[in-house]
Design a protein around this ligand. Structure first.
Ligand code: KMH
Ligand code: ZN
Length: 309
């Protein structure tokens, strides 16, 4: 509880598609502008995916990341955290192209192979802006998000050992904590850990309070004082579950990657709007928010002077 609260903002992701919200940034200039605004609103970490600049489809190409990373670096001091999950339709080498070129302070690391079903979102009313969107969502009913122990070890080596990045460990289920403990026992992972509990993905654990208390109990048992946890929850569960995390001494993640809505039927206007909202809640609970400098100290990051963009 003595930690200031780390607000992570996940700016665009690879789940939502351009037709779903005009606020979802996918052009490089819009990703950069929303990221900088989110940092000004209080996000100390920016979790970033790239998009194809012509049609908004998920991308992890180095050139697409480099279309916005230098602008973000020039515009704010927030910690840049690049997804190594990319999108489940990509190979691991594709997922790592941008992160390897950019050598960020942090990256995500997904701790298990799983379903990552987006197909219910294909049922929306309204026209599609781009041809790729509907099949992309529909075909997720037969897609495996592959994160085998070999894949995980490769990410730890290529991004961690070789480039000095530290990790946002994405845990969608209790077995992912078992895997993290195993990796620590193998000497592949070291404290301090920053664990992101992910709720509400179809294929992972549901956004229920008892799942969060269970995950915290398990993490206490496996990692003792060696970890901090943060919570992200998909869709309408985003703010309630993040609030619960903050009340329990944890950290929070918001952003349009995880949720497009401000209220039932009301789209969020921006990432910064979601950051401002959770900031008000967190501060109302009596907990200050962390600055990027505090995050760098808390998580043992290499510093912005050592990134590749
Ligand atoms: N999209 C989130 C549910 C990643 O980028 O590596 C999880 C995530 C994964 O952010
Ligand atoms: Zn992500």
């Amino acid at each position: 509880m003595s930690d200031p609260v780390i607000i992570t903002c996940a700016i665009t992701g690879s789940i939502h598609t351009p037709s779903m919200s005009d606020a979802l940034p996918w052009r490089p200039a819009d990703i950069a502008a929303q990221a900088i605004d989110a940092a000004q609103a209080g996000a100390a970490i920016l979790h970033l995916h790239a998009r194809n600049p012509d049609d908004g489809r998920p991308s992890a190409r180095a050139a697409d990341f480099m279309g916005f990373l230098p602008q973000i670096r020039a515009g704010c001091d927030a910690v840049v955290n690049l997804s190594t999950g990319g999108s489940a339709v990509m190979t691991l080498d594709q997922r790592l192209e941008g992160p390897e070129a950019a050598s960020p302070e942090m990256c995500s690391l997904n701790l298990g192979t799983m379903n990552f079903a987006l197909y219910p979102m294909a049922a929306r009313d309204g026209p599609w802006r781009f041809d790729w969107e509907k099949p992309f969502l529909e075909n997720s009913d037969d897609l495996v998000f592959k994160n085998t122990p070999r894949d995980i070890a490769a990410v730890l080596d290529r991004m961690g050992s070789q480039r000095g990045a530290r990790f946002e460990f994405e845990c969608y289920d209790s077995g992912h904590l078992t895997m993290l403990r195993h990796l620590m026992d193998r000497g592949l992972v070291a404290a301090p850990l920053f664990i992101q509990f992910v709720f509400g993905v179809l294929g992972g654990m549901a956004a229920l309070p008892e799942n969060l208390t269970h995950m915290v109990r398990l993490a206490d048992r496996y990692f003792g004082d060696d970890y901090r946890f943060s919570v992200l929850a998909a869709g309408r569960h985003q703010i309630p579950m993040a609030t619960m995390a903050a009340a329990m001494g944890g950290h929070v993640r918001v952003g349009l990657e995880d949720n497009l809505y401000a209220a039932r039927g009301v789209l969020s206007r921006s990432n910064a709007e979601q950051v401002a909202r959770i900031r008000e809640i967190v501060e109302g609970l009596g907990r200050p928010i962390a600055t990027p400098a505090e995050v760098r100290r808390m998580l043992g990051l290499k510093g912005a002077a050592h990134v590749g963009f």
